[in-house]
Design a binder for this molecule. Structure first.
Ligand code: FAD
Length: 288
């Protein structure tokens, strides 16, 4: 079954995101993480691809294959195109086929400072069209409730998103956000623009102070007053910040599910304890 079909069957799709280890020597840690995530019953698990500009690139297909074979969970393999040629993408598709992976989150990827981007696929929609022509995969795309950092305005960003869906994206996963109102307004804009595919809300539990500055500078998520107050109060107390960050994420998820969101994509940061605490807190909501 492809991921987009899950949405027809489930009240709320609940998925996790993990990232491959940066060093070869750390690959065992990902198997330990997956052992623990398996028991939480996610509908699918996505695996990032070279996020942050490098590292772990070659493990995405291998880890996604193991998620399917070893744990019997649907994998969603991320694939970026900004630094790849057509031939390199063909090779990545062959690797995914060999691993039996059928769902791809097709992304442009971030430009690496000082590295000239390749020109075969300028946008994610170009990658989506290409994979669709190659055949054999179901495709997902990324979306940005608070507008992609390079987009000139929200209208242009939504128009570009529509191109991605028209090219063949059957499901969208959102960038993280801390303000649910921004997500609701975005979904409304998308629906008005004729984007009808399921949109999953990306939730990132903030469990350490370092994470916040990095994330906000990368994705430009706005910080509601309630969130900012929580951070400034507990940033010097790691255990309290962890509890508060988890509670904030749970609060966001409860509101999203109550408002009828189609799916929650939890950025687990490879931390099974955080995933377990959040999954446990919303277990009955997933079924209600
Ligand atoms: P695009 O859809 O190509 O959009 C990028 C920009 O170009 C936007 O401003 C858009 O408005 C504009 N645009 C799009 N199409 C057109 C067009 N046809 N004409 C003109 N302008 C256009 N990065 C990684 O490196 N690895 C990962 O695994 C990874 N996973 C991610 C998962 C999620 C859920 C999200 C939200 C992001 C992820 N990223 C990952 C980051 C992502 O690669 C960056 O945000 C990147 O800057 C944009 O990728 P995109 O696929 O959204 O690009």
């Amino acid at each position: 079954m492809s991921i987009s079909k899950l949405f027809a069957e489930k009240n709320v799709v609940f998925s996790f995101e993990i990232f491959p280890p940066k060093r070869d020597s750390s690959i065992d840690t990902i198997w330990n993480t997956l052992e623990q995530l398996e028991g939480l019953g996610p509908d699918f698990i996505s695996v990032t691809y070279g996020a942050g500009g490098g590292g772990g690139k070659s493990y995405t297909a291998q880890i996604a294959g193991a998620i399917r074979r070893k744990y019997g969970i649907l994998p969603l393999a991320h694939l970026t195109c900004v630094n790849s040629t057509r031939e390199e993408i063909k090779q990545s598709l062959a690797d995914l086929r060999e691993e039996g992976v059928e769902d791809i989150l097709a992304l442009r990827g971030d430009r690496i400072p000082g590295v000239e981007p390749k020109t075969d696929f300028p946008h994610a929609s170009d990658l989506i069209s290409f994979i669709r022509e190659e055949g054999g995969f179901s495709l997902s795309g990324a979306c940005y409730p608070e507008v992609h950092t390079e987009a000139p305005d929200p209208v242009t960003d939504i128009r570009n998103l529509k191109k991605k869906v028209d090219a063949g994206a059957e499901h969208l996963v959102s960038q993280l956000f801390f303000d649910n109102a921004a997500f609701y307004a975005f979904v409304e804009r998308a629906r008005i623009a004729g984007i009808t595919v399921p949109i999953e809300a990306g939730i990132m539990p903030v469990v350490n102070a370092k994470q916040i500055t990095r994330m906000v500078s990368l994705c430009g998520a706005s910080l509601p007053q309630k969130f900012a107050r929580m951070i400034s109060r507990y940033e010097g107390n790691p255990a309290a910040l962890r509890d508060a960050g988890i509670a904030y994420a749970v609060d966001q998820i409860v509101d999203l599910i109550a408002q009828g969101v189609e799916g929650i994509h939890l950025y687990t940061m490879n931390d099974p304890d955080v995933a377990r605490r959040i999954s446990g807190a919303v277990e009955n909501l997933r079924r209600a």
